[in-house]
Design a protein around this ligand. Sequence first.
Ligand SMILES: [Zn+2]
Length: 73
Amino acid sequence: MFAEARPRRQRQFEDFTASELYCPRCRRAMPVRSRLLLVLPDGELHEYLCQACATSVGTKTVRENRPSQVFIP
Ligand SMILES: [Zn+2]
């Protein structure tokens, strides 16, 4: 079940960096920033906000039960 083939750095990058999401207000894909919305028993719920108009364009749950999470400098 665990993604053994994927580099850990890549995963981490994906977790912390949202790509562009479609903003209904700007009517185009916009860069977004994430904001911590809720702390759940098994992770955190983040909300994505459009960087231009701060409209909420999506949410994401970041799981914390990742085994073998090692930070490699
Ligand atoms: Zn927008």
